[in-house]
Design a binder for this molecule. Structure first.
Ligand SMILES: Nc1nc2c(c(=O)[nH]1)N[C@H]1C(S)=C(S)[C@@H](COP(=O)(O)OP(=O)(O)OC[C@H]3O[C@@H](n4cnc5c(=O)[nH]c(N)nc54)[C@H](O)[C@@H]3O)O[C@H]1N2
Ligand SMILES: Nc1nc2c(c(=O)[nH]1)N[C@H]1C(S)=C(S)[C@@H](COP(=O)(O)OP(=O)(O)OC[C@H]3O[C@@H](n4cnc5c(=O)[nH]c(N)nc54)[C@H](O)[C@@H]3O)O[C@H]1N2
Ligand code: SF4
Ligand SMILES: [Mo]
Length: 686
C-alpha cells in the first residue's frame, strides 16, 4: 500500500470574495482525491462543480508539459527546453530594449496567490528592476467599480460574517450566487434571521431564488436607479441629517442636483415602474442596518462604467450606514477589509526607467499597433479572450516581434498569437497562499512538477540572469519569499511555518466592519458627494447619469455561470466535466426578441455588430427581459463584439493604488438565425 498523506490547499480558481479550502490526498506523488476542507472557516467544506472538477487538471493529457517554439504564427510547434526558450526571449528583449518590452499577467498567475499578491508582485519586481513596461491587471476586472466607489470614499468592504450577524436588509446589486457562493451562504443566514433580501439584476439569476424581491432593470441603468433612490430619500427627509453633516461633503449641492432625478425620470431609463423605485428607496431608508452587496465587475462593463459605483456608494452615506455593523457595502470581488495588507515586494520605488505606456487597456493595444511594444510576455492570461474588441487585439498582437505565453493548457491566444510557449506548474505543484477578507490561507505544495513545467518565477529569474538584472529574486526559495510578503501587521507577522503549524491559516487583524472610524478614503476623509478630485480629473464632481447613446440592436450584458472560470483550462474544454456541462456558448434571449428575429430556442445564431461576429446557441428564456441579451464570458471570439475604447481619461489613472484604465466592454448586437443545428456553432478547440 502506498503511503497516503493529506495536504491543505485552496481551490485554484479566484471567485473572490469566495475562495474555497481544499484538502488533497496524495500517495507516492500521485493525486488520490480532492475534497472540500471542512476546517476552512470561509468555505466550511464547500467546493462547487468547478472546484471538484479541478482534479481533472492533474494528469490531463492536454496539459502543456514542455516549452514550445515556432518560426511563424500559424505554423507548427516544436518542442524545446527552458534554456533555449529563455535564451531566445532574452535575445529579442536585448535587441528591442526594455522600453519595447511589456509584461502582462492574468488570473492564471494567482491560482494559489489571489489577494495575497506575492506572485503578482514578483512580476512587477522584474518589470521595475529591468525597467520595462508592465501593467496592473485590476483594470480588466474590478478596478473601474472600485474607482467609482473610491471617488465617493468607500473602497473597503464589510465581511460576509458581519452581514449574516447584523444586516436587516441585504441588496444584491448585480451580485450572483455563481460568482460568490460563500457570500450567499451568509445571505441565507441573514434571511433566516429575518433580513429582507432584494436582488437587482438585468435577468432572473440563481440569486433570485434567495430574494424576497427581484428587480430587473435595463443593463447600464443602475446609476439612474441609485440617483432616484437618493432623490426620494433626500426629498422626503429620510436621510440621517446628523451623520450626513458630520461625515459627508457637499450634501446641499447634492440635494439641488438630485431635484430633477425623480422616480419618473429613472423609470424612463430603467424600465421600472416609478412606484417600485420609490418603494425600494423608502425600504432602504427605513431599514437599518442595510448592506449593499455590489457586483465587482459585470455591473461596471458597458453603459454603467464607473458611474453606478459612484452613485450606489453614496446611498449608505445618506442613511449613516457606513461604519455600522451590518451596514454599508458588503463583499465584492477585489474588495478588502479595513486593516488588510501584505508586505509589497514589487520594488516600485526602485524602478529603473520611467513608465511610457499607462495602465489603460486601450493604450496597451495601441502600443502593440504602433510598435512601441515589440515583445509581450503574458503570464496566466488569455488576452485574446479577455480583452474587448478582440479583432483589433489580434491584429495588434500580429505586429509584435515576439509573444510569449505561460500557461497550463493551450488556448485561443496561444493558437493564434504566440511564438514561444512556457509550460506552467499547476497550483498543486507550487506553494502559495490566498487571502479572503478575514484569513490568509496556505496553499501548500502537494505534487512534484510534471514534465518540464515551472512556476512563473523561473521566467523572471532566468531572464534576469541572462539580462544582468540584479536583485530580481533575492530569496533562497518561494517559501522565503512568502515569509517576506507575510511580514506585515495585518498577518501578525506570521510565517509559512506558523501557517502550517496552525492548520494552514491565520485570521487577519482586520475589522469585519468597513470604515469603523468613519475616516474615508478621500482627500477630505469624508464621503464626498461633491468630489474636487473628480473635477480635477475632468470628471463630473457630483454623481451623474450619463445619457448613453441608444444605438441600434440589443444590449449585450455579461456575467458568470457555475461551469466556467473565465477562459481557464482552454475555455473549459480541457476539463471533461465542465465541457460537458456547457457544450456551446448559450446566449440568453427574451422570447419576444427571439420571435422578432425568428430565433428558436437551441438554434444556432450569429451575434454581430460593426466590430465583428460571434456564433452562439440561442437560449430563449423568460428569465431574460426584452431589449438585451446575456452571455457568460470566456468563450473564444465573444469579445470580437465588445468596445475597446477607454472609459477614463489618462488624468484619472493614478488616483488609487490599483489600476482603473478599463475599456468599455459595451456592445449593441443584432441576431441572425443560422439554423436549427447547434453543432453549426464553433468548436472552441479549433
Ligand atoms: N466579454 C467579457 N470579457 C471579459 C469579462 C466579461 O465579463 N465579459 N470579464 C473580465 C474579467 S472580470 C476578467 S478578471 C478577465 C479575465 O481574464 P484573464 O485573467 O486573462 O483570464 P483568462 O482569460 O481565463 O486566462 C487565464 C489563463 O490562465 C491559465 N491558467 C490557469 N491556471 C494557471 C496556472 O496555474 N498558471 C498559469 N501560468 N496559467 C494558468 C488558464 O488556463 C487561462 O488560459 O476577463 C475579462 N473579460
Ligand atoms: N463562476 C465564476 N465565478 C467567478 C468568476 C468566474 O469566472 N466564474 N470570476 C471571478 C471574477 S474575476 C470576477 S471579476 C467576479 C465577477 O463578479 P461580479 O461582477 O460580482 O459577478 P457576475 O456574476 O459577473 O455578475 C453579477 C451579475 O451582474 C449582472 N449584470 C450584468 N450587467 C448588469 C447591469 O448593467 N446591471 C445590473 N444590475 N446587473 C448586471 C449579471 O446578470 C450577473 O448576474 O466573479 C468572480 N467569480
Ligand atoms: S466557488 Fe470558486 S473557489 Fe470555490 S470551489 Fe468553486 S471555483 Fe473554487
Ligand atoms: Mo474579474
Amino acid at each position: 500500500m502506498p503511503r497516503q498523506r493529506t495536504v491543505t490547499t485552496m481551490c485554484p480558481m479566484n471567485c473572490h470574495p469566495t475562495l474555497c479550502g481544499m484538502t488533497v490526498t496524495v500517495a507516492d506523488d500521485r493525486l488520490v482525491g480532492i475534497a472540500g476542507d471542512v476546517s476552512n472557516p470561509d468555505s466550511e467544506g464547500f467546493l462547487c462543480m468547478r472546484g471538484k472538477a479541478a482534479h481533472e487538471i492533474v494528469g490531463n493529457d492536454r496539459r502543456l508539459l514542455t516549452p514550445l517554439m515556432r518560426s511563424r504564427r500559424g505554423g507548427d510547434w516544436h518542442a524545446t527546453d527552458w534554456d533555449a526558450a529563455l535564451d531566445a526571449i532574452a535575445a529579442t528583449m536585448r535587441a528591442v530594449g526594455p522600453g519595447a518590452v511589456g509584461f502582462w499577467q492574468g488570473h492564471g498567475n494567482w491560482a494559489n496567490d489571489y489577494a495575497f499578491g506575492l506572485k503578482r508582485a514578483q512580476m512587477d519586481r522584474f518589470v521595475n528592476l529591468y525597467g520595462c513596461e508592465g501593467w496592473n491587471p485590476a483594470m480588466v476586472c474590478w478596478g473601474l467599480g472600485a474607482f467609482g466607489a473610491g471617488l465617493t470614499g468607500a473602497i473597503e468592504t464589510s465581511t460576509k460574517e458581519d452581514m449574516s450577524a447584523n444586516s436587516e436588509l441585504v441588496i444584491l446589486w448585480a451580485a450572483n450566487t455563481v460568482s460568490q457562493a460563500n457570500t450567499m451562504r451568509h445571505v441565507e443566514i441573514a434571511k433566516r434571521r429575518g433580513a429582507h433580501v432584494v436582488a437587482i439584476d438585468i435577468r432572473r439569476t440563481e440569486a433570485s431564488a434567495l430574494a424576497d424581491e427581484v428587480i430587473l432593470l435595463r443593463p447600464g441603468s443602475d446609476t439612474a436607479l441609485a440617483l432616484a433612490m437618493m432623490h426620494v430619500i433626500v426629498a422626503e427627509g429620510r436621510h440621517d441629517a446628523e451623520l450626513v453633516a458630520e461625515h459627508t461633503l457637499g450634501f446641499a449641492e447634492l440635494a439641488r442636483h438630485l431635484a430633477p432625478m425623480t422616480p419618473d425620470w429613472a423609470a424612463a431609463r430603467t424600465g421600472l415602474p416609478a412606484e417600485r423605485i420609490a418603494a425600494l428607496a423608502r425600504r432602504y431608508a427605513a431599514t437599518r442596518p442595510a448592506m449593499i452587496v455590489m457586483g465587482g465587475s459585470s455591473l461596471h462593463k458597458g453603459d454603467n462604467g464607473w458611474q453606478a459605483a459612484r452613485a450606489i456608494a453614496c446611498l449608505p452615506a445618506l442613511t449613516g450606514d457606513y461604519g455600522r455593523p451590518g451596514g454599508g457595502l458588503g463583499p465584492r470581488h477585489g474588495g478588502r477589509s479595513h486593516g488588510a495588507g501584505f508586505a509589497d515586494l514589487s520594488a516600485a520605488d526602485r524602478r529603473t526607467a520611467p513608465r511610457r505606456i499607462p495602465n489603460q487597456m486601450e493604450a496597451i493595444v495601441a502600443a502593440l499597433e504602433s510598435g512601441a511594444i515589440k515583445v509581450l510576455v503574458s503570464i496566466g492570461s488569455n488576452i485574446l479572450s479577455s480583452f474587448p474588441d478582440s479583432n483589433r487585439v489580434r491584429a495588434a498582437l500580429a505586429r509584435a516581434e515576439l509573444v510569449v505565453f505561460h500557461d497550463i493548457f493551450p488556448n485561443q491566444t496561444m493558437r493564434e498569437a504566440a511564438d514561444i510557449v512556457l509550460p506552467s506548474t499547476i497550483w498543486l505543484e507550487e506553494i502559495g497562499a490566498k487571502s479572503t477578507n478575514t484569513h490568509i490561507h496556505l496553499s501548500d505544495r502537494a505534487l512534484p512538477a510534471a514534465g518540464a513545467a515551472r512556476p512563473a518565477d523561473a521566467i523572471y529569474r532566468g531572464l534576469a540572469e541572462r539580462l544582468g538584472v540584479a536583485d530580481v529574486y533575492p530569496w533562497p526559495d518561494q517559501e522565503a519569499a512568502m515569509d517576506a510578503a507575510l511580514d506585515h501587521p495585518a498577518t501578525g507577522h506570521t510565517t509559512v511555518a506558523d501557517l502550517r503549524a496552525a492548520g494552514g491559516r491565520v485570521r487577519l487583524k482586520v475589522s469585519d466592519v468597513a470604515y469603523p472610524t468613519r475616516e474615508f478614503t478621500t482627500p477630505s476623509g469624508k464621503i464626498e458627494f461633491v468630489s474636487a478630485r473628480a473635477a480635477a480629473m475632468g470628471l463630473p464632481a457630483l454623481p451623474e447619469c450619463p445619457d448613453t447613446a441608444e444605438g441600434d440592436g440589443l444590449r449585450l450584458a455579461h456575467g458568470r455561470t457555475f461551469a466556467h472560470f473565465h477562459a481557464f483550462y482552454d475555455h473549459a474544454r480541457a476539463l471533461p466535466t465542465l465541457a460537458a456541462r456547457e457544450d456551446a456558448p448559450d446566449l440568453w434571449i427574451a422570447p419576444a426578441d427571439a420571435a422578432r428575429h425568428g430565433v428558436a430556442d437551441g438554434s444556432a445564431i450569429e451575434v454581430a455588430n460593426t466590430r465583428g461576429a460571434f456564433r452562439a446557441r440561442a437560449k430563449v428564456t423568460p428569465r431574460m427581459p426584452p431589449g438585451a441579451v446575456w452571455i457568460r464570458d470566456g468563450w473564444p471570439g465573444l469579445n470580437a463584439l465588445t468596445d475597446g475604447a477607454a472609459v477614463l481619461p489618462d488624468t484619472a489613472l493614478d488616483a488609487f493604488p490599483f489600476s482603473v484604465g478599463q475599456s468599455r466592454f459595451g456592445a449593441r448586437v443584432r441576431l441572425r438565425a443560422l439554423g436549427p443545428d447547434p453543432a453549426a456553432g464553433p468548436d472552441p478547440a479549433d
